[in-house]
Design a protein around this ligand. Sequence first.
Ligand code: SF4
Ligand code: SF4
Length: 159
Amino acid sequence: MKSIFNYYKSIFLALRSLWQGMKLTGYYFSHPKKMLVQPYPENRDTLVIPSRFKGNLTLIHDAENLHACTACGICEINCPNGTIKILSKMEEQEDGKKKKVLDKWVYHMGLCTFCGLCVDACPSDAIAFDNTFEHSAYKSTTLNKVLNNPGSKLKSTVK
Ligand code: SF4
Ligand code: SF4
């Protein structure tokens, strides 16, 4: 007797769930402006991404192709996922002294959890997240990036 009761109960619950789902679908069908799902990619040009969104890690360069990275490696140490590799080299300065400078700022986006610890830890404010979000790629190697521009140099104001 109990099993028959449970059988009809499960049918009732299934129909009730179906009704609730169809009711919601009907509501959004008749009120398209209330839809929470974005009609992406059709709205790509008008999409507003909040500035706080962490989309893409960048090494900030100014108009003269100068950055503020001293290759100190603090971001690399603070990254919990081994996402960052700071490669440095010794370069002769105008005064003849050699100084460690950034060679390659390597970022493995596929390992990044977008926690922001690297940005918070950087003493030079050299890196930041922008809010771009389209990172799909056919090959995972595409997600390995060098963030310093070719030919870029350290700003003279950063020590
Ligand atoms: S955001 Fe987090 S996981 Fe990504 S590179 Fe920075 S510290 Fe590493
Ligand atoms: S990005 Fe900042 S923390 Fe990382 S190596 Fe450059 S200066 Fe150091």
